[in-house]
Design a binder for this molecule. Sequence first.
Ligand SMILES: O=C(O)CCC(=O)C(=O)O
Ligand SMILES: [Fe+2]
Length: 313
Amino acid sequence: MSAAAAERWLPGDRLPDARLRDAEGAGLSLHAECAGAPLWLATPADPAAAAALPPPPAGMLALCLGTSALTAAPGWRAYTADPRWLAALGAGVLWLADANLRLQVARALPAGEPPLPGDPAPALLPAQTLAAAPVLQIPDVFERDFCAELIRHLDQDCGGGDASGVLVLENGEQRFELDPSVKLRRESFPRDAALDARMHERLLRRALPEIARVFQFQVARRDPFKLLAYPEGAGYFHAHRDNETPDVAYRRFALSVNLNSGAYEGGEFRYPEFGPHLYSPPVGSALVFSCSLLHEVRPVRRGTRYAMTTFLS
Ligand SMILES: O=C(O)CCC(=O)C(=O)O
Ligand SMILES: [Fe+2]
């Protein structure tokens, strides 16, 4: 599967690398030199807009970008950039990007209320990171509205989904049967090709490049998408691996997107081989992990957890 060429970047997209040049011709590499802390990128339309950029917060790298080097307001560093790369950012905007160079929010210039990063999460103690599972979390793979559409599709167009079975092999015959000692949930393949295509596009632009970078793995195929519901008192998946039986041994990575959060209790992922930590990503965020890892979805105690899952190979 290859990444889609995006004409305009959106919140959640990771900035492709760019070589920037200052007025003296000195270069700056975005990926090599600008990652690791939030940054501002502005594309003022003219010198007056460049001179009127808001003062960056202390310690924030602020890049004023154009096809020619502009004289920027104090605190800003002015660079030229490739016109196509600039066009994808959009003209006359101020973007906030996170420490992983993912675009967060854009404001039209002049930006009355410039976008500021949230408070950083407190650092975990070394004893806690020692027990962290090798799981990649990717924020904003699906937009919040899109998640709501998928939940509605599962609940209304797919009748809430069917009870999820496990594959049983007996005397060379395969059949699905319900097994509450393994899992209890409802599920459905999407029945709308347009929704399916939008999920696919989001994976191509948001998840696959990050999987290639973090795990050095090029995804070539995926299993069909599955929409999942884990209702209160009837939603869990006990500890299992995703590639254990011969029919699924080809799977390399599991990808699961949480379609809601806050509206339920329980339903967290846990990786018992790696310690006690619970993983419950925010709406639209994906968890990606090797299919060889033991994992479970804890029982939902209140509300319903909705998710979308697929397997990559
Ligand atoms: O609930 C999910 O997000 C995925 C659960 C899971 O482990 C699976 O479907 O194999
Ligand atoms: Fe699983």
